[in-house]
Design a protein around this ligand. Sequence first.
Ligand SMILES: NC(=O)c1ccc[n+]([C@@H]2O[C@H](COP(=O)([O-])OP(=O)(O)OC[C@H]3O[C@@H](n4cnc5c(N)ncnc54)[C@H](OP(=O)(O)O)[C@@H]3O)[C@@H](O)[C@H]2O)c1
Length: 370
Amino acid sequence: MTRDADELDRRFMAEALAFSRQHDGLTGTNPSVGTVIVRDDGEGPRIIGRGVTAIGGRPHAETQALAEAGEGARGATAYVTLEPCAHHGKTPPCAEKLVEAGIARVVGAAHDPDPRVSGKGYAILRTAGVEVTEGVMAEEASDQLASYLIRSIKKRPEVILKLALSADGMIGRSGAGQIAITGDRARHQVHLDRARCDGILVGIGTALADDPELTVRIPGMESRSPTRIVLDKDGRLPLTSKLVGSVKRAPVLLAVGNTLPAEKRATFTEAGVEILGAEIFEGSIALPELLEDLGQRGFMRVMVEGGAATARHFLDEGLVDRIMLYRGQVVIGEGGVAAPVRADTIPDGFILRRDQTLGPDSYLEWSRKI
Ligand SMILES: NC(=O)c1ccc[n+]([C@@H]2O[C@H](COP(=O)([O-])OP(=O)(O)OC[C@H]3O[C@@H](n4cnc5c(N)ncnc54)[C@H](OP(=O)(O)O)[C@@H]3O)[C@@H](O)[C@H]2O)c1
């Protein structure tokens, strides 16, 4: 393939990836995939169909892009951010739909590890005489589809560790409650990120010290608040906390040990808090098992918002997939709680994905290669 053709493929794949972001966090346990269909009638390539996995997960992106392209799909190229599905449900698989529509070439990005699809989607296409180019912008697509790929491969949700660091590398001051470390733009971005997650998790230390609400507070997006999860083996979360007080707006899941008395469980349940029985290992909630349970409940992406002990446990156990660090101008000084991870102590294997300035603050994001 020539360099120009290669670049053209990357350009259209970038378009499909940008399109796929529209429904990120809204497609249930399905990945938010993007498809663009491109046709060249001699006057240069042009997009004749676009599709993104529908809210809730169906129809798939390919179906929608093909519908928009209509008869124009015959002889055209389809750019798909994930290998097209190969298994029959109530409707035929996307690989067959692409063949039926007369698509001449399929360019794919990420590989699907689901054993019902893996390699089979591309095989259907090739057997039918469709030209297939795999792995275009695969790294970018895999990073974007991380929650789906991690759930498929590791049987647990993607774990995102988010922390706000002061200029002197602290995340808070003991006994001081919540301290504003970053400004409005950074806070707005945090709320947008929360909306893309289905779970937001803190240790009981943070729940007691900060009394956070952990909801999405962007006008019009309040209903996108994820389930708030608290690691609280002895059930110390006060019924008067903001978390319990806002339970009608977003669920609260309290991970407790099995020694928590039935009466205590009942008071939480009556207050609308759901109890999740957790296994205890060396005095702490066993995180791999907890994540497995969350995965089975359909959680795709869980944001760990601290505090220090909780973040440390997730990091030490190699359970963090993505690290988001916001850095503000505030200096905390004496009595500060040291950040469990900083830009200069990111564990091996993480790749820097974003480096942004948000008004007076900065934002850095790393993720592990999947
Ligand atoms: N800047 C930021 O981004 C940010 C974000 C959040 C918090 N903070 C700050 O962090 C500080 C609180 O940190 P922290 O370390 O005291 O609290 P934490 O990590 O929120 O909570 C720690 C507690 O969670 C419970 N827990 C249960 N299972 C656990 C497990 N597997 N791993 C870790 N913890 C487990 C333990 O209590 P039990 O054994 O009693 O269950 C443990 O003592 C506050 O100053 C707060 O302001 C800062």
